[in-house]
Ligand binder design. Structure first.
Ligand code: SF4
Ligand code: SF4
Length: 207
């Protein structure tokens, strides 16, 4: 549309609908009558009946439509980025983290702190590992970059805590040794995907 056409466009002949609004009440008595007539309409009793019917269904017929949190929790997607978990090797029970430091380097919120040392067999072990969850933005980079699938985002999505230090220690995030049999390989964001083998086979060998 050119400028001339734009200026001369006909905006006045559209079919506007004029609402037939009632006049506002002129005095207190009229306002009282309006409130009374609106309150005693049948819709009010229909609404009350619907609420009563749903309450009876929920209480006596087992048709509850709400989740009784925190006793009940809805399942979350395996790709959800919740509180981190440090996984163990299923065979030996040793933690998987090799202390490579990639997660610490890639963390854009700079909230991972770690340190390593040599153990008695001159093998590297993690001596310190903390995540400051007050700073973490749950971007998932640490879980994506981990070459050992040691750190994943697990299923704990309640991040509120009374203490800032909660959840932040390596031991808090590590799978408890007595629950190792419950640790699943594909547990959350950053863990190995079900089609990982197919993806590896597609990687070209010559480059
Ligand atoms: S999720 Fe992101 S911000 Fe949080 S620790 Fe991992 S890399 Fe850092
Ligand atoms: S990237 Fe994985 S293996 Fe490396 S230090 Fe972090 S958690 Fe450990």
């Amino acid at each position: 549309m050119g400028l001339e056409q734009f200026k001369n466009r006909n905006v006045g002949t559209q079919n506007y609908v004029k609402l037939d609004l009632p006049h506002p009440p002129k005095n207190g008595w009229c306002a009282f009558k309006q409130v009374l007539s609106r309150s005693l309409k049948p819709e009010l009793f229909v609404g009350l009946w619907v609420a009563l019917r749903e309450m009876i269904n929920a209480l006596f017929r087992g048709q509850m439509h709400t989740t009784q949190y925190p006793l009940e929790k809805l399942p979350i997607s395996p790709r959800y980025r919740a509180i981190h978990e440090m996984l163990r090797l299923l065979e030996s029970g040793h933690y998987r983290c090799i202390g490579c430091g990639l997660c610490e380097k890639i963390c854009i919120a700079n909230c991972i702190t770690m340190d390593t040392r040599y153990d008695e067999n001159q093998r590297k072990e993690v001596s310190e590992y903390t995540i400051n969850f007050g700073r973490c933005i749950f971007c998932g980079y640490c879980a994506e970059v981990c070459p050992e699938l040691a750190i994943v985002h697990g299923g704990r999505y309640e991040t509120a805590s009374e203490q800032r230090a909660s959840f932040s220690l390596f031991e808090d995030m590590l799978t408890p040794i007595d629950k190792l049999n419950l640790q699943q390989e594909y547990q959350g964001f950053g863990a190995i995907s079900p089609n990982a083998d197919e993806n590896i086979k597609k990687t070209p060998l010559a480059y």
